[in-house]
Design a protein around this ligand. Structure first.
Ligand SMILES: Nc1nc2c(c(=O)[nH]1)N[C@H]1C(S)=C(S)[C@@H](COP(=O)(O)O)O[C@H]1N2
Ligand SMILES: [Mo]
Length: 437
């Protein structure tokens, strides 16, 4: 039976305490912005900036319409209030482009994508990672301490983008979280190389894939079902940058992002970066865990007409993510005084590859101006681009950004390659600006 999806309001109206426990686990609560969750009428009026003549009949749990459309009515503890919550069960939230301006994405601004219920009461001192599978020479179990003491530590900035980032633009629409542009981040991860750990365990020659198991629970509550169990081919598992990470931005990994241990496979769909990592299987075949088959993280091997039914054997697993860029300053909707020079910046990335150039257009793609582009601090990190723009007269403008990878592949200006689940939309990012005299 499919788990019932419930809306934020419905779930919290019932029993906020239970809802928190269900949705986030007890350790990660969610609070309604200030005035909700028991705040009095005074606080509500202060938040609204106006008196509330009928405040005594304001329904408990209702989000004032003044806030309902402006921003997400929920603040996730530890997160920037600007994150937009797309779903509450499981929790999914994306980051508006202007909040992704940092070179290294802070935890407070990293998108959240949960497929199930995160584990509760995680204790790093008793946590273990089990390694097994048909192609593992032995079955081994490591505590976090053993991993930290037994293997060299490495620190990389690794960019993670959800395979479904941009899904909201597909037509016909694809079901699932309607990500716009905000399911991408580039934090700095510290951990040990998966390769080093695999070597210590011993891997047979017939190894094909490494699959992960996390400690999160399936939405149905069935302990035998996994919400997600994906993985990567053995070659990706053995890359220098593929980490068993215990820290993010120099701190223990936050609960929502996979504490205390996470697999990080930069440049691939972020669904391959298993959170709350407690098992790895070295497989002698393509891993067949949850969300490895059907239309999950798979796209038609060859282009299909929008809306087509695609037979299973014609679907291919997504590997490296495609070239893409995001304008992180200015914020879309900004007003610019005519005659000033506008500093424009953003990030570009291209999965396994380097970005070789970014160009911007202010005339709907008729002319393109190359931007300054930094090289990546390490492989699989995003790259900063910047430029100065001047506008010829007052009016409405759009700035479009288009990145090209080292293989000469550029971002399309329209939504590319329709696929059943709406993955891999790498169309050019656009911001709207108003130039005033
Ligand atoms: N155990 C586990 N790992 C997981 C997931 C999950 O639900 N459970 N979601 C995956 C998906 S689809 C994405 S996009 C990223 C999201 O990482 P974040 O929530 O830290 O941003 O984690 C991946 N790893
Ligand atoms: Mo994802």
């Amino acid at each position: 039976m499919a788990p019932r999806e419930r809306g934020l309001h419905e779930l919290y109206a019932d029993d906020p305490g239970r809802a928190d426990a269900l949705v986030f686990g007890r350790r990660v609560g969610v609070t309604r912005r200030g005035f909700l969750g028991g705040a009095g009428r005074g606080a509500l009026a202060a938040a609204l900036g106006a008196a509330l003549p009928f405040g005594d009949v304001f329904p408990g749990g209702l989000v004032p319409a003044a806030f309902a459309n402006a921003e997400s009515p929920f603040v996730i503890p530890g997160k920037d209030p600007g994150l937009v919550v797309l779903n509450d069960r499981p929790l999914n939230a994306e980051t508006p482009a202007h909040l992704l301006d940092d070179d290294v994405t802070p935890a407070s601004r990293m998108f959240v994508r949960n497929n199930g219920i995160p584990p509760d009461g995680v204790d790093p001192t008793t946590w273990t990672l089990a390694i097994d599978g048909e192609s593992a020479a032995a079955e081994r179990r490591f505590s976090i301490d053993e991993l930290k003491r037994g293997f060299a530590h490495h620190r990389y900035r690794l960019q993670l983008e959800c395979g479904g980032n941009g899904r909201s633009e597909f037509d016909p629409p694809a079901r699932g979280n309607q990500w716009t542009t905000g399911a991408v981040a580039c934090p700095e991860w510290t951990g040990v190389r998966l390769r080093d750990v695999l070597e210590a365990v011993g891997v047979r020659d017939d190894a094909v894939y490494v699959g992960f198991t996390g400690a999160d629970r399936h939405l149905s509550g069935d302990p035998d079902k996994r919400p997600i169990s994906r993985g990567v081919p053995i070659a990706k598992a053995r890359q220098d940058e593929t980490l068993l990470a215990f820290a993010m931005n120099g701190e223990p990994i936050p609960a929502l992002h996979g504490a205390p241990l996470r697999l990080v496979c930069g440049g691939w769909p972020a669904s391959t970066s298993g959170k709350w990592l407690r098992g790895l299987a070295v497989r002698d075949r393509v891993h067949d865990g949850a969300k490895m088959g059907g239309s999950s993280y798979r796209v038609p091997c060859r282009p299909v007409a929008a809306g087509s039914a695609v037979p299973d054997e014609e679907m291919c697993i997504i590997e490296s993510m495609p070239v893409k860029s995001l304008i992180t300053a200015p914020r879309s909707g900004a007003t610019i005084p005519l005659g000033t020079s506008l500093a424009l910046r953003g990030h570009a990335w291209a999965g396994e590859h380097a970005v070789s150039g970014v160009a911007v257009s202010i005339d709907f793609g008729q002319t393109w101006t190359p931007c300054a582009l930094d090289s990546a601090v390490n492989r699989l990190a995003w790259q900063r681009f910047r430029t100065e723009l001047r506008f010829p007269g007052p009016g409405y403008y759009e700035v479009w950004a288009r990145a090209t990878d080292e293989r000469g592949r550029a971002q399309p200006m329209v939504v590319p390659g329709w696929n059943p689940k709406g993955y891999l939309n790498n169309a050019t990012h656009r911001v709207a600006l108003r130039v005033v005299a």
